[in-house]
Design a protein around this ligand. Structure first.
Ligand code: AMP
Length: 189
């Protein structure tokens, strides 16, 4: 059963690759960023509260994110696996996820770090045109990544679950490398 966490800076290709892989594996692609953008578009309470953080390139507070991910992982379409894209984003979210999965008698297979050099990230983000892809927000998102999300690389390497994949090459090559990861590291829980 494939249960992967996708780490990596903004612009690394987490969204693109995790979507392709989830489709190929027939399992849900769970992106907290997509879920938040949907909440913003619908104007729900969560969306209203999350929007100001997203517009600034800050992380949305854990108090808003953790219930959302718990509810999502408890939905029935997750029975055959899942790919988490953009969660966890800091160490406290990672600790929460460890506890949540334990309570659910589940485990993830690997935390995948998509590795892309900084200068490539900025070029990619500037060409993407999403609402939060202006230069100032991009700079802040990269800084937030370095300060709060990059420590997860150590966190997962200490748990012996980290795998780093070179994300600076053609999309198909990256997808193939990720398929290998999904195949090699499946353990049924
Ligand atoms: P993404 O689509 O993953 O780049 O996320 C877009 C924005 O949504 C981020 O800049 C954050 O403001 C927010 N966001 C997404 N996932 C999380 C998360 N796990 N924790 C906190 N904020 C998040």
């Amino acid at each position: 059963m494939t249960k992967l966490l996708f780490l990596g800076p903004p612009g690394a290709g987490k969204g693109t690759q995790s979507k392709i892989l989830a489709d190929e594996c027939g399992i849900p692609h769970i992106s907290t960023g997509d879920m938040l953008r949907e909440a913003v578009a619908k104007g729900t309470d969560l969306g209203v509260q999350a929007k100001s953080y997203m517009d600034k390139g800050e992380l949305v507070p854990d108090s808003l994110i953790l219930d959302m991910i718990r509810d999502r992982l408890n939905q029935s379409d997750t029975a055959n696996g899942w790919i988490l894209d953009g969660f966890p984003r800091n160490v406290s979210q990672a600790e929460f996820l460890d506890k949540l999965l334990e309570e659910m008698n589940q485990a993830y297979n690997r935390a995948v770090n998509l590795d892309v050099p900084d200068e490539v990230l900025v070029t990619r983000l500037l060409s993407r045109g999403r609402a939060d892809d202006n230069e100032e927000t991009i700079r802040r998102r990269l800084q937030v990544y370095r300060e709060q999300t990059a420590p997860l690389i150590d966190y997962y390497s200490q748990h012996d679950t980290l795998v780093t994949v070179d994300g600076d090459r053609p999309i198909l090559e990256i997808t193939n490398a990720l398929k290998e990861v999904a195949l090699q590291n499946n353990r049924s829980i």
